[in-house]
Design a protein around this ligand. Sequence first.
Ligand SMILES: Cn1cnc(CNC(=O)c2cc(-c3ccc(F)cc3)cc(O)c2O)c1
Ligand SMILES: [Mg+2]
Length: 214
Amino acid sequence: TQSTRPQRLLGAVQKNATRGDPRSVVQAIDQFCRQKEWAMNVGDEKGCILDSVVSEVNPATVLELGTYCGYSTVRIASLLPPHAKLITLEFNPDFAAIARQVIAWAGLEDKVHLIEGASGDWIPKMTEQFGVKTFDLVFLDHWKDRYLPDTMLMEECGLLRKGSILLADNVICPGTPDYLEYVRSSPRYESQYFKSHLEYTKVEDGLEKSVFLG
Ligand SMILES: Cn1cnc(CNC(=O)c2cc(-c3ccc(F)cc3)cc(O)c2O)c1
Ligand SMILES: [Mg+2]
């Protein structure tokens, strides 16, 4: 039977990356996506912007919406201080199964809680299930039409505090127009656009960083 692209991506990690070395896992995926098959990881160019925001925030609690194969999960988790927690939500069970193995290859399973399920179902359960009061950083990289409803849901559930940072991928391509309009026009957010390119291409894309003002 035919393998899937995520399975082939995992194979490239197991072949080319060193167990327990997150940077080599990130490098192996980027090499696979540049040389063999494009995949929807945040990628190396936007990944550097992600790294700088994570390092600046130095978060104790992180929520990632959209795990896919775990590329950005590994980038974020490798920069977290000890005892920090990264919760990542993935709807697609096949992606989640691959991501678990990529995260384990990087040796980061102790820093990451991967949940299989829909963000809309799990966001209201964060506090009771994981004892998280608020998130210092949220990385939005899931279905583009869920960015806005899930942001409103996080507000309603009290998961954002004054200073919480939302970092959203793909605000240009594929695009998240309703989300962008909301965070850029709402008095409750201070937003900044980081121009970049769609992973592994010359197409414009970027990350939107929004500070919740409370
Ligand atoms: C099925 N599914 C499970 N998770 C998701 C959420 N992610 C995306 O949809 C996503 C899509 C693209 C993209 C795809 C085709 C294209 F031509 C240009 C861009 C890039 C990304 O960085 C993404 O995050 C989708
Ligand atoms: Mg993306």
